[in-house]
Ligand binder design. Structure first.
Ligand SMILES: Cc1cc2nc3c(=O)[nH]c(=O)nc-3n(C[C@H](O)[C@H](O)[C@H](O)COP(=O)(O)O)c2cc1C
Length: 224
């Protein structure tokens, strides 16, 4: 099997939130998709360990902010690599509350959906939430949506283990083993700079180079 075939599946990128005015939280997801038109229903896949999954199960409400193409690495660092168990992800964000009271992140987004949970399917590591669309609005339609392939290829973004589409690179057959090349880990978000797959060795990166995921400086990186 060539696991790299899976990289050809197209996805968008979203901030999925849940909760209310007192306590809201959200995570980055690439697995939101429409399942029916009449009535409009969507599905999204959420790791059981995500803090947001606990909140979704309690409140049964969800919002989906559709990220724009130039979404920053800070937004991925905050919502995609850190847990709301450790800090308030909503603090300092531009939040609107929907008709259900769900917090909706407006930052770096082109549109949003507000949804009610109607069914939960246990798929092992993840829960597949089926939701009814109850409202949708455009925030800024002059912007283009971000796709997962653009995030991966142009922004050099990766997905952590909690993402359903995570691929363990050690399982990819055609990455050339080279013992002289090293790996460096971002201590802020866990991103690995792997010289065996990058075109530049780490020490040659410019001093103002930043982690493509969370925006941390070169100093945040440790040699593995
Ligand atoms: C590009 C990308 C895509 C992701 N897609 C998903 C996804 O579809 N489902 C999921 O459960 N986690 C996904 N994740 C991981 C979660 O966003 C991450 O584990 C987050 O820190 C969970 O936050 P929480 O614990 O505050 O809910 C993705 C992360 C990234 C960076």
């Amino acid at each position: 099997m060539n696991i790299e075939a899976l990289f050809n599946i197209s996805y968008g990128l979203y901030i999925v939130t849940s909760g209310n005015v007192e306590k809201g939280n959200g995570f980055i997801s690439n697995t939101v998709f429409q399942v029916t038109a009449e009535p409009p229903k969507f599905a999204l896949c959420c790791n059981k360990n995500n803090y947001t999954s606990e909140i979704i199960k309690k409140t049964n409400i969800i919002s989906v902010s559709i990220l724009q193409k130039q979404a920053s690495s800070e937004i991925f660092g905050r919502f995609g690599y850190k847990s709301g168990r450790d800090f308030d992800k909503m603090k300092g964000m531009d939040i609107k509350y929907g008709e259900t009271g769900v917090p909706i992140v407006l930052n770096e987004s082109i549109a949003y959906l507000e949804c009610k949970l109607i069914e939960t399917i246990d798929v092992g590591t993840h829960l597949l939430f089926i939701v009814d669309l109850i409202n949708a609005e455009i925030i800024d339609n002059s912007l283009e949506p971000l796709t997962y392939s653009y995030y991966r290829e142009v922004k050099k973004g990766v997905a952590p283990k909690n993402a359903p589409t995570y691929i363990d690179k050690s399982k990819i057959n055609n990455i050339i083993e080279n013992n002289n090349l090293k790996k460096f880990k971002c201590t802020a978000c866990g991103y690995i700079y792997d010289e065996t797959v990058e075109s530049n060795i780490f020490v040659n990166l410019h001093n103002d180079w930043k982690c493509p995921i969370c925006g941390c400086d070169k100093e945040c990186f440790i040699l593995l």
